[in-house]
Design a protein around this ligand. Structure first.
Ligand code: ZN
Length: 504
């Protein structure tokens, strides 16, 4: 009876933390969608207050005592066991760093983000370098407080991707690099000879309202539940969920380019389907969330790429798209369109990269971050190292640092050991899709008929409903019977792009 009382107390306390966090999410969502411009300062005060209240609850000694009392009391495979483990994990993350370090990190990153903006505008790494030095010092300190065995990177990575290690990522990236660098070279050699480039049909006049109608139709077909979610517009697309019953997607629209709205809608819907699929009874508990950043990204990539860039999908949807954009797509056939949305072109900017070159952008950042944390590379040497790797992996040399080492906001925000989760998501998306198709060979045929319920049901059963109940490695093993592996992903890329670019 005593344990039951303590468990109820724990649940109540955690629900308070979740509610406060949810309020912050909604205020941030509003800030990026509908908030009047003039409210910026007021909103930042409101968010600061909420974040202070949330933190107080998240590190409350009473919560620590409850976790001490309940630790080890439940079967680790039970839901209660998972709840206590996940709550303990969050509690450790929030309490292990001294308050002074947390304060210093937020002060330093606020300055660094501003400095990064200026540095990028002036295309000058020097203006940003001292800020990154300081961030790395603090990150090394943070890693020491979290604790690690082999490498400070492990401690920082574990916050984003529980259980993943530098050693595991090194193995994974070595496999990707060996296969992808020559594949990209072969494809790029073909692509360079094409005139006009094969993605030309996408860059044309596309009515904004019709783009939104089409995206919404696809997302509805995927199975997104509009009674528990919505879609709005924002400058940067995102998905924000306060629980399975309230999932907000955003998208952006370019009237002269079809890709941004279309693929952002599919991508964010993938995140949203995951959130909506989490067990309803996990709502207002820390189990109601994605298993990790990598697993979350596997869901967005699966719907965006494995489904939304497949030939079958467009066999069904292209005629509908053509009806909406009759004039623009009049002389484009299904095959042209399929080639356009899968065009490969090595480029400088990660966020614009195609499916094939994307992971090489991540690999480059991973290698540089490791060297920086170890001290084998100085901050001043980053642009030179960056450009050399760009040349080696993608055959390109940035004209300046805005096109190179200054392109991403992440480091200035203190996000170190974060980029690799994108690649983990890509790799896992194919492994999960293959497992779903192995269980239900009808899935590709379904997709070609605009039917997704069988695929969604498989994902719900093996991934979505569990929320944070299992750690990523265990979730992957349960869902696919295997550890995370690059084989299926590389086979997918080689077969798809080998055909698209007529390689031997
Ligand atoms: Zn994403």
């Amino acid at each position: 009876m005593r344990m039951k009382g303590q468990l109820d107390e724990l649940r109540n306390h955690l629900a308070t933390v979740q509610d406060l966090t949810a309020a912050s999410y909604l205020l941030s969502w509003d800030q990026q969608t509908y908030m009047p411009e003039g409210a910026v300062e007021l909103r930042s005060e409101q968010l600061a207050t909420l974040s202070r209240l949330t933190h107080e609850q998240a590190v409350a000694p009473a919560l620590g005592r409850l976790l001490d009392q309940l630790g080890g009391q439940f079967d680790p495979d039970s839901e209660e066991g998972a709840l206590v483990r996940v709550a303990q994990r969050d509690f450790d993350r929030d309490t292990k760093l001294p308050t002074a370090l947390v304060g210093e990190l937020s002060r330093v990153t606020a300055l660094a983000e501003a400095a990064w903006g200026t540095a990028r505008e002036k295309r000058s790494w020097k203006l940003f370098a001292p800020h990154l030095e300081r961030i790395l010092e603090l990150k090394r300190e943070a890693a020491a407080h979290y604790g690690y065995q082999d490498h400070p990177f492990d401690a920082l990575l574990d916050v984003n991707e529980p259980g993943a290690t530098k050693a595991q990522l090194e193995g994974l990236f070595a496999e990707l690099k060996r296969e992808l660098v020559p594949l990209v070279k072969a494809v790029a050699a073909q692509a360079q000879q094409e005139d006009p480039p094969r993605d030309a049909p996408l860059r044309n006049a596309y009515d904004e309202a019709r783009q939104l109608v089409f995206g919404r139709e696809v997302v509805t077909r995927f199975g997104f539940d509009w009674s528990r979610g919505r879609q709005d517009r924002s400058r940067h697309p995102f998905c924000s969920a306060t629980g399975p019953d309230d999932v907000r997607l955003t998208t952006r629209v370019d009237p002269d380019w079809l890709s941004p709205a279309l693929f952002a809608s599919l991508h964010e819907a993938g995140h949203g389907l995951y959130e909506q699929g989490i067990e309803g009874r996990f709502q207002r508990s820390p189990l109601a969330g994605g298993c990790s950043l990598g697993v979350h990204e596997s869901q967005s990539r699966l719907w965006e790429n494995l489904v939304g860039r497949s030939r079958g999908f467009w066999e069904y949807f292209f005629p509908r798209l053509r009806r909406l954009f009759r004039r623009t797509l009049d002389h484009v056939d299904l095959e042209d369109f399929y080639r356009a949305i899968n065009a490969v072109a090595p480029s400088f900017i990660r966020v614009e990269a195609d499916e094939l070159t994307y992971n090489l952008h991540v690999l480059l950042r991973f290698e540089i971050e490791l060297a920086l944390l170890e001290g084998s590379l100085s901050v001043a040497e980053v642009p030179a190292a960056w450009n050399a790797k760009m040349e080696e992996y993608l055959g390109l040399t940035p004209a300046d640092d805005a096109e190179g080492a200054l392109q991403d906001v992440h480091w200035s925000a203190g996000l170190v050991a974060y980029f690799p989760t994108y690649t983990l998501g890509n790799v896992l998306s194919v492994q999960l899709f293959d497992a779903a198709v192995a269980a239900h060979p009808e899935i590709p045929g379904d997709i070609a008929c605009g039917r997704f319920s069988r695929l969604l049901a498989w994902l719900r059963e093996h991934v979505h409903r569990h929320g944070r109940r299992f750690e990523p490695q265990e979730l992957v093993r349960r869902a696919t019977g295997r550890p995370l592996e690059t084989g299926p992903y590389l086979a997918y890329l080689k077969s798809k792009y080998g055909e698209l670019y007529a390689l031997d």
